[in-house]
Design a protein around this ligand. Structure first.
Ligand code: C5P
Length: 419
């Protein structure tokens, strides 16, 4: 899609906060307007010390809101704005606004809008290097990222203190690119329902001990988050993990493989797409003892019973739904993954060599090879799990478009609501 079409008519709230980089918001507004977006500027009090609301009103062609309490004219209220916008961009975003939003404070117009909006939120931080690397700030940013806020990384360069360092507002072109990507992504999975499995399973030996594996659930959570950001309705079924479920995703916590199987059987019928990233235990102890097994000199033999292969069972009767599996391998990556793709009746498999540094369990990055049903093989470089998730989902979108099928959601909705 040409970029003018992508931004044309899109309603973008541009939040400006009190950084010296606030003057650059004028340029951002101009660039968005040039691409025919509708820009509604909202400023914090501090931002008005750096750039005049009149400048932004003139450039955007819309009234600029600076107060939470204002005389209502014929123009839209801030709640109207928040419910109809396609994107909320905060540029520049100070450490202060990021801190306030991360704790849910809504004490001015911009923080209130953030809580009220359902659109994707993009933030372009700008601050002094010391502040950017501050642990409290970092934690706030990570918390917001978990809730689906996207950050446009600042750049290294001259800062307002005169020194060079990290923290300069990203370039205008980078910000516009991020806006385009966010707007495009939002649409890709809208109307689709996606089920994602994640994490390890725990198979109890007794009431204290269990058999599990090293899965952190990071890949599955990244997929669920990305699918939601792309407009999908997401059901995330996960084994035990320390991660917090992404905002906007329906979360089902299970413990054992059998519980995961039950949950998947129950919910798979509602979805268009299934992505199975869980590291499901292949066996469970045949007998889970009550209480705690006592220490024995002669040791302990635990008999194991195979678990169902959830993905294989689901694959048998998947119909036109799209099914994506994962294959964690130590050797013969492509051959083993291709075999699983066929055996489990998948549309795509994501293979990774778990012995490779920067891939597989626990780490934040992954190195994967994506194999399609048509045997197209694509090896990706080392990327963050979020980036890997977005690329996998992009391929899923291509498959959905190629299949041209009607999402099951519409038929489910028709059945439930005769109106
Ligand atoms: O056969 P293998 O365990 O390597 O297959 C991995 C793929 O199958 C993953 O997508 C995983 O989530 C899924 N799987 C499953 N149930 C099992 C074992 C694996 O859904 N019991």
């Amino acid at each position: 899609m040409p970029e003018t079409d992508l931004l044309k008519g899109k309603r973008i709230i541009l939040g400006i906060t009190g950084s010296i980089a606030a003057y650059k918001a004028a340029e951002i507004t101009r660039e968005l307007i040039k691409r025919e977006a509708q820009v509604y500027v909202v400023m914090t009090k501090a931002a008005t010390h750096f750039i005049s609301p009149l400048t932004l009103q003139t450039l955007s062609g819309n009234p600029v809101i600076t107060e939470l309490f204002y005389e209502r004219g014929p123009q839209e209220t801030h709640i109207d704005l928040a419910s109809r916008n396609d994107l909320l961009l905060i540029a520049p975003a100070t450490a202060n606004i990021i801190g306030k939003i991360s704790t849910g404070i809504a004490d001015d117009i911009l923080t209130t809008l953030v809580l009220a909006t359902t659109s994707p939120i993009l933030m372009a931080p700008a601050m002094n290097e010391k502040m950017y690397y501050n642990s409290i700030f970092k934690e706030n940013m990570e918390k917001l990222a978990r809730y689906g806020v996207e950050f446009i990384e600042p750049e290294y360069g001259e800062l307002s203190c005169g020194k060079k360092g990290m923290g300069r507002l990203a370039s205008i072109s980078k910000i516009i690119e991020a806006v385009k990507t966010a707007l495009k992504r939002r649409k890709d999975l809208s109307g689709k329902r996606i089920l994602v499995t994640a994490g390890p399973t725990q198979e109890p030996i007794d009431e204290v001990r269990y058999i599990a594996n090293r899965s952190s659930a990071k890949m599955g959570f990244a997929l669920a988050r990305a699918a939601y950001e792309m407009g999908g309705k997401v059901i995330l079924i996960s084994g035990p993990t320390l991660l917090k479920p992404p905002l906007g995703v329906e979360f089902i916590q299970i413990r054992t493989a059998l519980e995961m199987y039950e949950a998947v059987k129950e919910r798979f019928k509602e979805v268009d797409i299934g992505i199975f990233a869980a590291a499901v235990a292949d066996f469970h102890p045949s007998k889970a003892h009550r209480g705690k097994i006592k220490k024995e000199e002669k040791g302990l033999v635990v008999e194991l019973t195979p678990n169902p292969d959830i993905l294989k069972e689901i694959g048998k009767d998947k119909g036109s739904k799209i099914l994506v599996g994962f294959a964690a391998e130590v050797e013969d990556l492509i051959a083993n993954a291709s075999l699983k793709l066929k055996e489990k009746n998948l549309d795509m498999i994501v293979a990774n060599r778990i012995s490779e540094e920067g891939a597989g369990f626990e780490v934040d990055t992954n190195i994967v090879t994506i194999i399609s049903k048509e045997e197209a093989i694509e090896k990706l470089p080392q990327l963050s799990k979020d980036e890997v998730a977005r690329l996998i989902l992009k391929k899923v979108v291509d498959m959905v478009e190629a299949a041209g099928f009607e999402p099951v959601t519409s038929s489910v909705r028709r059945m439930r609501s005769p109106n």
